[in-house]
Design a protein. Structure first.
Length: 379
């Protein structure tokens, strides 16, 4: 598909060739079950899982034993939020989250509301940032969990994570952070910012689909989750099921590469995003949705006032961009993120998310600019 220009890296990313090479032997040659303890096939699988666990832990600065492998961030979200609710509802039934969270978080919270949870949904301002004073007013001694994403998947806006963690811990609650879009792109240090639970996914950082991880803090404070999948006691009883050894190897390798290269990648990609925004925003009625800084360096959510995004995208079939989250792309409603930020329905329906990656070239951005300018000028 080399004739296409891919600018939807927040939906998914291609697997890095080095990641694929690391994975290949574990499809066929080294096919053992990591839980098989009586022979070399199982020992080999167990060893590479341990290596991958260490690679993931090193990327976010935690202990190897604090990493639980999952099928991706959605499962990790469910394990974190439901796991806290099931284990700590005797302490309180109050959960705080944000209106602009990913649907995985919002739908999980809605599910728990039916079970008696009292969920508070914080608002955001036009820039997509929560009001810390609203958080302080909402939190109380019945609050058991605060769930706020690190960086928004649609706008790239980064929340004041450390301040949120500090407020949360003052009330003895746990802080869960959906860092799916942030990990592998920017430095995420769970010790430095005080995160108790964090989810990540391989396919957002040039790893395979279908594998991710949940970080669960072991001390200061210790988080104890009620498992959501049982049937074998894998992952220290937190997530039963035969480990996806091949995928886990890919996740570990992707984390290792990200740790080494994400700073250099960020500088180059930021320059390409700047080129894209400066040129497109020079056209009448085009503006950036959300806070310009701090924001993920690869993400640009632009409103093309007066132009339906669906129409623009249809006129540019060679360019892969998005109108919002990939997980909500089948819905006819305007983006819940943009609506929560105060955009009108018209402006929400006129917005496009561009998300760049390490394989994006300057030639591709220049071609995108040429095509968009032709349409916007009516040529």
């Amino acid at each position: 598909m080399k004739d296409f220009i891919y600018l939807d890296y927040n939906a998914t990313s291609p697997v890095d060739k080095r990641v694929l090479d690391a994975m290949l032997p574990y499809f066929s040659e080294k096919f053992g079950n990591a839980s098989s303890k009586t022979h070399a096939f199982g020992w080999v699988a167990d060893d590479v899982v341990k290596t991958a666990r260490k690679q993931v832990a090193e990327l976010i600065n935690c202990l190897d034993q604090e990493i639980v492998f999952t099928s991706g961030s959605t499962e990790a979200v469910n394990l974190a939020i439901k796991g806290v609710w099931d284990n700590y509802q005797t302490k309180g039934n109050h959960i705080i989250t944000v209106k602009t969270e990913h649907k995985a978080v919002l739908d999980t919270c809605a599910h728990l509301e039916k079970k008696g949870a009292d969920v508070c949904y914080l608002s955001v301002n036009r820039d997509g940032i929560i009001d810390l004073e609203e958080l302080k007013r909402a939190i109380n001694d019945q609050t058991i969990l605060v769930a706020v994403m690190f960086a928004n998947n649609e706008t790239g806006v980064i929340q004041p994570i450390q301040q949120i963690a500090d407020i949360t811990h003052q009330y003895g609650a746990f802080f869960f952070c959906d860092a799916t879009q942030a990990v592998g792109k920017i430095n995420v240090d769970v010790q430095e910012v005080g995160i108790d639970l964090l989810c990540l996914s391989a396919h957002k950082m040039y790893g395979p689909k279908g594998v991710g991880a949940l970080y669960v803090r072991r001390k200061d404070p210790r988080v104890t989750l009620f498992p959501q999948m049982v049937g074998g006691g894998h992952e220290r009883g937190l997530r039963s099921g035969t480990l996806n050894v091949t995928g886990i190897v890919g996740l570990g390798k992707a984390c290792e590469i990200a740790k080494e290269e994400m700073k250099a990648d960020s500088n180059r990609i930021y320059g390409l995003r700047y080129l894209l925004e400066e040129n497109l925003c020079s056209a009448k009625g085009v503006f950036v949705n959300g806070n310009k800084e701090p924001r993920l360096y690869n993400t640009s959510n632009l409103c093309f006032s007066g132009h339906r995004s669906e129409t623009l995208i249809r006129q540019l079939p060679r360019i892969a961009v998005a109108m919002g989250s990939a997980c909500a792309s089948a819905l006819a409603e305007p983006s819940h993120v943009l609506k929560a930020m105060g955009l009108s329905d018209n402006d929400s329906y006129s917005s496009i998310r561009f998300s760049l990656g390490k394989y994006t070239s300057e030639e591709e951005i220049n071609e995108v600019l040429r095509l968009f300018k032709g349409i916007l000028s009516g040529q």
